[in-house]
Design a protein around this ligand. Structure first.
Ligand code: NAP
Length: 289
């Protein structure tokens, strides 16, 4: 969609901070949705090196940006610079959306909700009672674990390259969610038989973005009803997804999560939902290049 925003003295400014940020598709989604809703606003990318984060947040505050998204590597580091964090952001330990409410910067995490919405709509998942394997233990995995626990899954086995990072993640959630069985493993040395009792696999690593396979995850051990969700959405089919498809498993990529977290941010900033399908449609040309 061609953006034809006319910028005037009353145009409200939104944006995204990250480093790098050039790859982000959020400007495409958010500008298309504002234009479709006839909102006088513009959304721009800001490349902020880690050493400049506090200065940049002070600048965004003084320039009275109405809201902004936060992406790698600032999702955790930004938290001390905000005025308030929602309980969901505290639990996830990360912020991906900031709203400026009368000069106060409020930090939200819409990634977890985005994942849940996408699991429900793209994979027909009823999360309560599910046995989940979560691959990865970084920022995205943390948000995913918080959201999955809140959705009352039965168990989550976190499998990560670095076991101690997975253990730290599990430790911080165990007391908060005593009703969910949480376990941490490294790829090396875990008993792959555990996969035979799994309903859902979620990839929350960056593996697949450059065509990498996830070594140490033999999908053939999964039961036939298991579903596979890959947070990676570009390329639209990763080796993980291709293997799951080959085995006849139900699969979705992370596009639905990207769109859902963006739609949540839009609602927070503008007080109205974005037009149905507008963000997803705006992304199409950018995913097939
Ligand atoms: P992150 O904090 O840097 O975490 C990266 C994770 O990937 C860690 O668990 C890391 O393991 C693992 N990893 C990295 N390289 C690896 C390798 N070569 N072999 C094995 N494991 C490796 O990143 P993040 O913010 O969590 O993001 C993770 C992915 O989720 C990215 O692809 C991001 O684009 C995607 N994401 C998608 C959405 C969406 O809307 N679809 C939203 C958020 C994130 P170690 O702990 O051992 O380092």
């Amino acid at each position: 969609m061609q953006i034809e925003t006319v910028i005037t003295g009353t145009t409200r400014v939104y944006g995204i901070i990250g480093f790098p940020v050039a790859h982000s598709l959020s400007p495409v989604m958010q500008n298309a949705a504002m234009q479709s809703a006839d909102i006088d606003g513009v959304y721009v990318p800001f490349a902020v090196p880690p050493s400049q984060l506090s200065v940049a947040v002070a600048g965004l505050r003084s320039l009275q940006l109405c809201g902004f998204n936060v992406t790698i590597p600032h999702k955790i580091a930004i938290m001390p610079f905000l005025d308030e964090l929602t309980p969901g952001a505290v639990l996830a330990g990360a912020v991906n959306t900031v709203a400026n409410q009368n000069g106060r910067l409020i930090g939200y995490n819409t990634d977890g909700d985005g994942l849940i919405i996408s699991l429900q709509s793209d994979l027909d998942c009823t999360l309560s009672g599910l046995r989940v394997v979560l691959i990865g233990a970084g920022g995205a995995a943390r948000g995913a674990l918080a959201a999955l626990c809140r959705a009352h899954v039965q168990s989550v086995a976190v499998i990560n390259r670095t076991r101690v990072i997975a253990e730290t993640l599990i430790d911080s959630f165990s007391s908060e969610f005593p009703g969910v069985a949480l376990h941490a493993y490294a790829f090396e040395g875990y008993d792959t038989k555990l996969l035979s009792c799994v309903d859902l696999v979620v990839n929350a690593t960056s593996l697949g973005m450059s065509g990498e396979k996830i070594e140490g995850l033999p999908l053939a051990h999964l039961p036939g009803h298991a579903k596979v969700y890959d947070m990676v959405y570009n390329p639209p089919v990763t080796p993980l997804q291709a293997e799951a498809q080959r085995l006849g498993l139900k699969v979705a990529n992370g596009l639905g999560m990207l769109v859902a977290q963006g739609e949540q941010a839009f609602s927070l900033w503008h007080g109205v939902p974005s037009g149905a399908g507008v963000m997803r449609a705006a992304l199409e040309p950018y995913l097939t290049r």
